[in-house]
Design a protein around this ligand. Structure first.
Ligand SMILES: [Zn+2]
Length: 279
């Protein structure tokens, strides 16, 4: 927590009656510092002075905050593998069943490979936070951080990177933000476009896929979600699109554009291990 610096990405988990939900993402606009007074609108933090805080800006709220258990179920294998280095993790294995649960701490570090799981997860339910990295700190007349003082809600987790790697940015530009499957691209204001990079062999533990062009395809958010969910794949030898729903309009079609550089080994991994049609 002492290591938080301006522009670190912060993931907010808040505790509700039924457990923790992932509420959103923001950027740190300060490091950790101590305030002598009690918190503004202290609610159940009344009398808690001095307190420590980190200012944040550009809170991107998730409209229907997902329960953290959904995240734990979806990525149980990867999360357990990552826990081999559990120091300061925001989650732990509890009890004989080694159930994954949120650890009781206010701040935890999120290494790149764990962040990548959150990033994959966010694309599944269509949460695409965006940050204006040039923006200055919040002005003094607006709350510098979201309403974690609401009764019954406790901020927990923290940390870093939201931005694409340079490689993914370059690839998106090279392929003009067009989806490898449908050839569509999302138009944003000011003539900009939006696409997402997908690693066929996922980054991070346990797969440790490489961040190289041979392993990355450019997708629209819908097809990215289908890749993450394993309902669509590219057959590694024929490069034909295959979908778990045979009626899907892209099932059996060729790719929207050629990618001769994609490595067969990575396509094969996704096709054989992550595509549900093969399970
Ligand atoms: Zn698409």
């Amino acid at each position: 927590m002492e290591n938080v610096r301006s522009d670190d990405t912060i993931l907010h988990l808040l505790k509700h009656e039924d457990g923790y939900h992932w509420e959103g993402v923001s950027l740190a606009s300060s490091g950790l510092y101590t305030v002598e007074n009690e918190p503004p609108e202290p609610a159940n933090w009344k009398g808690m002075a001095p307190y420590q805080r980190i200012n944040v800006r550009e809170f991107n709220e998730i409209p229907n905050p997902p329960h953290i258990n959904d995240f734990f179920s979806l990525f149980a294998e990867q999360l357990r593998a990552l826990l081999r280095t559990p120091e300061r993790s925001f989650y732990q294995e509890y009890g004989e069943s080694k159930r994954l649960m949120v650890a009781q701490r206010y701040f935890a570090e999120v290494p790149d490979n764990l962040y990548e799981l959150f990033s994959q997860y966010s694309t599944i339910f269509g949460f695409n936070p965006s940050f204006d990295t040039d923006q200055q700190e919040a002005t003094s007349n607006e709350p510098a951080y979201p309403d974690e003082s609401k009764p019954g809600r406790i901020p927990t987790t923290i940390s870093r990177i939201v931005r694409d790697t340079k490689l993914v940015k370059d690839l998106k530009r090279q392929y003009k933000w067009k989806c490898q499957i449908c050839g569509e691209r999302l138009a944003l204001r000011d003539g900009k476009h939006y696409a997402e990079g997908h690693h066929l062999l996922p980054l991070g533990v346990p797969y440790n896929g490489p961040d190289v062009a041979q392993n990355v395809i450019v997708l629209c958010p819908n097809h990215h979600a289908e890749f993450d969910y394993g309902s669509i794949a590219i057959e590694p030898n024929t490069l034909v699109i295959i979908h778990t729903d045979e009626q899907n309009v892209f099932n059996g079609k060729t790719l929207a554009y050629d990618r001769p550089d994609l490595r067969n080994e990575y396509l094969r991994f996704h096709f054989e291990k992550l595509y549900w049609g093969n399970k």
